[in-house]
Design a protein around this ligand. Structure first.
Ligand code: B1M
Length: 216
């Protein structure tokens, strides 16, 4: 198998031995770090999701896959092209919502935004809305980003939006994660959080584009 094929398979198998060598080989073959993530590694993660969803893969193995994904991203991150970051364009507080531990997507959003000149305050997983609001105030954030992969998290996000508006935090909010849809997010255009203030990000690059609109 080629290093490219092996990389995808390593994510599926949760196999980290020799991972760095395959990543180095793919880079040497001309792949950019982001293309390796988007086209090879996330393809493997998609397979993991399908196997797990259909009962063909057990949770401990999914965890191994996630750890392999994280190790690969950690290897690639310092090798990414960085935008000039003399001055931060804007600050965003990023969190995975209460009850949800999935953070690979959130951390990719962090990397992409950071590399493009944003200041990202990544407060981690399982964050209650109070912590998100506290961080947004403490860091004088220009936007809030919430990630969540469980269907339950989409309901929490909606509750969080309500709590944020009750608390008078009227910042633009980016929502992302596999369980969300654009329709669900846009249905949230209620009085306090007018449409346009809450935006759905399909992937990390969509998040970057949306942050660009915040700065405008
Ligand atoms: Co979990 N898990 N998991 N899991 N897991 C899912 C989400 C699931 C769909 C799998 C399945 O059944 N097919 C399913 C959810 C079902 C549902 O709610 N309907 C599920 C389940 C059920 C669970 C547990 C409940 C299992 C259990 O315990 N019985 C449990 C939940 C624990 C909890 O949260 N309380 C659980 C646990 C885990 C692991 C710990 C083993 C591991 C996570 C490790 C980690 O993140 N540190 C894990 C994994 C790896 C997955 C799958 C297989 C892969 C997720 C992933 O990392 N994808 C996942 C299957 C799937 O998603 N289809 C699954 C890659 C990542 C880059 O994608 O995060 O979607 P994603 O991010 C994308 C975009 O969504 C977007 O950008 C990224 C790409 O550019 N994005 C944003 C995300 N956040 C954004 C924020 C933004 C902007 C864009 O702005 C703020």
């Amino acid at each position: 198998a080629t290093p490219e094929e092996r990389l995808k398979q390593r994510i599926v198998d949760g196999d980290r031995t020799g991972l760095d060598d395959d990543l180095a080989a793919a880079l040497a073959a001309g792949w950019s770090p982001l293309d390796i993530i988007n086209q090879l590694l996330l393809d493997g993660m998609k397979t993991v999701g399908e196997l797990f969803g259909s009962g063909k893969m057990q949770l401990p193995f999914v965890l191994q896959s996630a750890e392999t994904m994280k190790a690969a991203v950690a290897y690639l991150e310092p090798r990414m092209e960085k935008g000039d970051a003399q001055q931060h364009k804007a600050t965003i507080v990023l969190a995975t919502v209460k009850g949800d531990v999935h953070d690979i997507g959130k951390n990719l959003v962090d990397i992409i935004l950071t590399n493009n000149g944003y200041r990202v305050i990544n407060i981690g997983i399982k964050q209650p809305v109070g912590e998100i609001i506290k961080a947004a105030r403490a860091h004088n954030a220009d936007a809030v980003g919430m990630s969540g992969l469980l269907v339950k998290s989409t309901v929490i996000m909606r509750e969080n939006l309500e709590e944020m508006s009750r608390e008078g935090l009227d910042l633009p909010v980016l929502l992302g994660g596999a369980a969300l849809t654009r329709g669900y997010v846009e249905q949230d255009c209620h009085a306090a959080y007018a449409c346009g203030r809450v935006a759905y990000a399909r992937d990390a690059f969509d998040g970057l584009t949306l942050m660009g609109k915040v700065v405008e």
